[in-house]
Structures are given as C-alpha cells and as structure tokens.
Design a protein around this ligand. Sequence first.
Ligand code: 2YG
Length: 276
Amino acid sequence: MTRLTDDMVKDLPESLGRISDMLIKTTGMDIKQLACKATGLNPALIDMGAYRAGVIPITSGMGIIRRFSESIADTLIELGMDAFVTDGTDVTGFAEALSADADVILMADDIQYISYNTRARKYANNSFCTAAGYVAALDGAAGGLKGKEVLVIGAGRVGTHATRILFNMGANIKIADIDKIRSKSLSEKYRNAVCCPDIEKAISEADLILNASPATIPGSVIKEGSIISTPGIPHIFDEEGRRKATIIHDPLAIGTAVMAVQSASFSLKQNEEDLE
Ligand code: 2YG
C-alpha cells in the first residue's frame, strides 16, 4: 500500500472546501452525502454532530506523517463531528480517547487505517471505505453504473474491494494491473469481469475508470470525455489528461469521510427530530 507523505496532506485542511466543491460539481454530492451514499445510509438518519471522534497519532513503523491526524480531524469536523487529536500517541492516545468517552477512534499504522466504534466494538477500514467512496463518486458522476463498462486499474486491496462493489452494482468490469496474475485471478472471481493484459489499450478505450494504482497515466492514452475516479497515490495527471477527463481525487478526505460515517452507523444515533 502506498504511504502518504507530509507534502500530500499539508494543504488538506484548507482544501476541504475545494474538495467538497469538486465533488458537488462532478458528482452532485458534497462529502457527507457521498459518504452516506457509499455506506448506503440516508443522510437525514445520521446525526454526525452526536458523535465524538478521537484521532490518535501512531509512531510505529515509518512513524508520524506531519498533519496526517490533524487532516483527519478536520475532515471529521467538516462532517459535523466533535473531533479531536489526542495529545498522546499510540497506547497513551488510545487511553486518552477512551477517557474522553469517544464514540469512534481513528488511527493508522503503515499497514492499516481504521475507525473503531467503541460502543458497537466494530471498526471500518480505509481500504474498503476508500473503494466504496470512489465507486460512489464514479456512480454519481456517470449517472449510474449498472450495465456500464468500468475499467479498474490496480488489483490491490482498494481495487479488489472496488471490483466487488462494482459487481454488486451490475457494472461490466475490466481489470488491469501490471501484475497479470493478480488481475487475472481477480477477474476470474466475477463472471462479468474481463482481464485486460494491455493496460494502455484498456485506458484508451475506457469511458469510466476507477484507478486504484500508483501508476502515472499519460494524458495521451486517456479517452476524451472519460471520467476517472482515482484514489491512487501518488496522484499525477498531466495537463492533457486533466483537459480530456473529469478527474475525481483527494489524498485522504473521501476515504476518511466514508470510514467516519460507516463506523458511526454501527451505533446509529438518529437525529432527535426524526424520531418524533
Ligand atoms: O499516525 C500517523 O501519522 C502515521 N502512523 C500514519 C501512517 C499512515 C500510512 N498509511 C497511508 O499513508 C495511507 N494508506 C493512508 C490512507 C490513504 C488514503 N486512501
């Protein structure tokens, strides 16, 4: 899994509004509506303001990414949650979040990024939630995916989750990965999925792309008018690619928003007025 860098998240807090504007423009949904769509929840039924979220900086492995935790907290606040970053890291931070009676606790090491619901004792994980968020964005931008052909680039954790979600939505799936064995084995799991050995050819023919790979896609191979929903990091598209395609991307906020809504929904706190 590709690791974010300080540089990728440093501007995230200021750009949350721009990300929501981009989502409204390309998908018709703001980040909360997108997160609810990705988790199959009616936005009116979940009161995110009723949830306290603790974010814990984790020092294991390659250590802390500067502003990673703060960017997550800012995204949760954008969703209306009572979110904070713990002063302590690791176990100390976990104890602090529990003492603050947090409903959900978010933390990431170099392998997993999760949102743990302390009431339901269940967690949401970033790989699934990122896939669900970016498929929902593609669905919104394309006006529905049922019966449409979608190219999934990258048969890793996010691409694999995305393929299953797309299959359940009735999309016709093409799968491309530099590892031909990986793309072939993934395509064989779904009867309407096709493995594409020639990635560039597949991209050049694709109207709808879910890019869950670290690949740099040159604009010269991108089809005019295509829609590319791309959680992949690093995120590099040249000027030709940005002109030819509608590109949906952010480094962290969309996956985080889906994790927050999904983990909160494990102990649903409905809007008071909706209960009357
Ligand atoms: O707490 C910290 O600052 C660090 N332990 C965070 C390390 C995160 C490593 N993981 C990644 O950079 C990405 N997999 C996060 C999710 C990317 C968005 N899909």
